[in-house]
Design a protein around this ligand. Sequence first.
Ligand SMILES: NC(=O)c1ccc[n+]([C@@H]2O[C@H](COP(=O)([O-])OP(=O)(O)OC[C@H]3O[C@@H](n4cnc5c(N)ncnc54)[C@H](O)[C@@H]3O)[C@@H](O)[C@H]2O)c1
Length: 287
Amino acid sequence: MARIGTKIQAGDVVAITGAGSGLGRALSITLGYRGARIHVSDINPDSVEATATLVREAGGEALTSVVDTRDADAVQAMCDATYSRWGRCDMVVNNAGVGAGGEIGVAPLEDWKFVIDINLNGVLYGCRSFAPKMKADGSGTIVNIASIAAFARAPMMGAYNVSKAAVVALSETLRAECRPHGVGVTVVCPSFFRTNIGKSSRAAGQLANTDISKLVDNSKVSAESVALAILRSAEAGEPYVVPMADAKVMWYLRRLAPGSANALLARGAKLMMKRGGGGKKKRKGAS
Ligand SMILES: NC(=O)c1ccc[n+]([C@@H]2O[C@H](COP(=O)([O-])OP(=O)(O)OC[C@H]3O[C@@H](n4cnc5c(N)ncnc54)[C@H](O)[C@@H]3O)[C@@H](O)[C@H]2O)c1
């Protein structure tokens, strides 16, 4: 069993939501190379199978489930299937997430619900299913994927910011509850890195989802490098992973000089509006 401070290795069990693409897939493959046994789940059946094949080719074992993390029963069934197949879980990564943009009062409530259901409730369902079993076993690590948005809180990203800030609050609470039982909790706050998140994002008003895609596509950081940073920190039992330099700057600025953080973000938003902010009122639905 993987205790706090130990590395996931051959035979260890990891369950990952949203594992069909981007970060979830990169984590699955990285752990596959170590010979881990991975419960690969995603809302998209084709991408689940594609990731599972890559895990097996890398030398890992894969169990697959099609799970919409908005469904608490489906997440519970995924947890139960992990334990009934392998009898344990050394790490769960509550990763499934979508992007969203649009000013408060402009972005439709339907988009707020969509983002909060997936980015917050989906993570909550993972925590409430896996934490009691890990606590009973006295080992394991829960990794929740938040974002720099949790503390940067840029304009026109209200729903996303709120969902990710709540994931940080949830993770900090859970960490205090789990530590006495030997279970680690790590929350991850990256800035932009290259994945398919732009495709499942919703945008409204001045922000188009092509703007979100552009920020993601132009990043120099790969999902694989973020996956490695997450594993290093989570395996060391660290509470937070803030893998990129720009995210680290905002992390310290928000704590030490919150007024300066707000001014910086306001200037960024002004520049974006001046540039046209994408401007196309383009919307796209969930994957
Ligand atoms: N890419 C970035 O720049 C970035 C930055 C900070 C945080 N993140 C976070 O990283 C996580 C992973 O996103 P990614 O960038 O790899 O995006 P991605 O779109 O490449 O992968 C997300 C996966 O989640 C799945 N998914 C979406 N809704 C789901 C649902 N309801 N149930 C189950 N699966 C669902 C998608 O099918 C997809 O396979 C997300 O939580 C995201 O918010 C991403």
